[in-house]
Design a protein around this ligand. Structure first.
Ligand code: TYM
Length: 333
């Protein structure tokens, strides 16, 4: 590991197919950051167990996430790309941090409340302490930058609280981690139906997956909600129309976007044409990633090699941190 460079860490749960939100919220940043920083990117298989206790599909999901990360441009020779459960130090740090996390704050976490509502028969302790495990992932490498989408903002705020408590109680070990995006604000990629964000497991017909076929992409985009168009010039856009523009800003050329923006302002916009254009631009964006990921996904030997190499780098950094943690906590007898 090179000394002196800022440390970057992030993770993605293997709970389904990766989508455009994962790409623009997280992976696009990973690819840029790996050029300049010491990067740790992992597949959060332990976090997946909090909502997906059945492990039948876990292996293929872990392989898919790894393959999709590489297809999007992660270079395993530059960044450590690994699987969370391969770095056992994570569980030890998680245990220590649990003693610094309070029931009240954990119960108030938005993701906990959402998930508890979705799985009322399985409100397990892992779900409650999910942000503690996420903090362990990050600070195990003493990372300062965490490239994530907007939905992870609260988890990062909690991570800073846990870090400050640890440093205050035992001694300065960890820097405060910050959520990171190359643009200014953290990204939230909206779903195609205008009712929320793209998601791995919910709202599948309104989410564009990196594994979607060209036909599926066209079908989903063409079904996006529109109306008969604005009736007075320069009107504000309803949310579902703004979402379509927002998606266009991600994949279309500046000229194309400008053309539809002025058509909207002049009330001459034809949403059918706009969606056709968006669908083609999406196909051009997604198809090369899908094809590359598919060829990597089926090469198990290669994926195993990558995971082992990544875990080795991650364990090296983790064991150095844990040595310092045990000493600082006074756990050396
Ligand atoms: P996960 O697996 O839900 O999502 C992976 C990454 O994709 C981002 N993302 C989005 N960004 C913009 N628009 C969307 N519609 C959208 N949907 C998802 C997420 O913000 C995330 O960056 N708790 C994390 C996994 C994790 C982690 C970590 C992250 C575990 N340990 C340590 C950072 C650091 C999660 O569930 O991400």
């Amino acid at each position: 590991m090179s000394k002196g460079k800022a440390i970057v860490m992030s993770g993605i749960r293997p709970t389904g197919f990766l989508h455009l939100g994962n790409y623009f919220g997280a992976m696009r940043n990973y690819v840029k950051l790996q050029e300049e920083y010491t990067c740790f990117f992992m597949v959060a298989d332990l976090h997946a167990l909090t909502t997906h206790p059945d492990t039948k599909e876990l292996k293929s999901n872990v392989h898919r996430v790894l393959a999709e990360n590489i297809a999007c441009g992660i270079n395993p020779d530059k960044a450590a790309l690994y699987c969370q459960s391969h770095v056992r130090e994570t569980s030890e740090l998680y245990l220590y941090l649990n003693m610094l996390a309070y029931l009240g704050e954990l119960e108030k976490t938005t993701t906990f409340k959402d998930k508890a509502r979705l799985q009322p028969d399985n409100i397990n302790a892992g779900l409650l302490t999910y942000p503690v495990l996420q903090t362990a992932d990050i600070i195990l490498h003493r990372a300062t930058w965490v490239p994530v989408g907007k939905d992870q903002e609260q988890h990062l705020e909690m991570a800073r609280n846990f870090v400050n408590r640890f440093n205050h109680r035992y001694g300065d070990v960890f820097p405060e981690p910050m959520a990171y995006n190359f643009g200014e604000d953290l990204v939230k990629v909206p779903s195609l139906d205008g009712t929320g964000k793209m998601s791995k497991s919910e709202n599948q017909l309104a989410t564009l997956y990196l594994a979607d076929t060209d036909e599926m992409i066209r079908k989903k985009v063409m079904k996006a909600k529109t109306d008969s168009g604005p009736t007075s010039p320069n009107s504000p856009k309803p949310d579902y129309i703004e979402n379509i523009f927002q998606l266009m800003r991600l994949v279309s050329s500046p000229d194309t976007i400008a053309q539809f923006e002025s058509a909207y302002d002049e009330c001459s916009i034809r949403y059918g044409d706009m969606k056709k254009q968006l669908a083609e631009d999406m196909v051009n964006f997604i198809a090369p990633i899908r094809e590359k990921a598919e060829s990597i996904r089926t090469n198990e030997t290669y994926l195993k090699e990558i995971m082992e190499k990544g875990a080795e780098k991650a364990r090296e950094s983790a064991s150095a941190t844990m040595k310092l943690v045990r000493a600082t906590m006074g756990l050396e007898y």
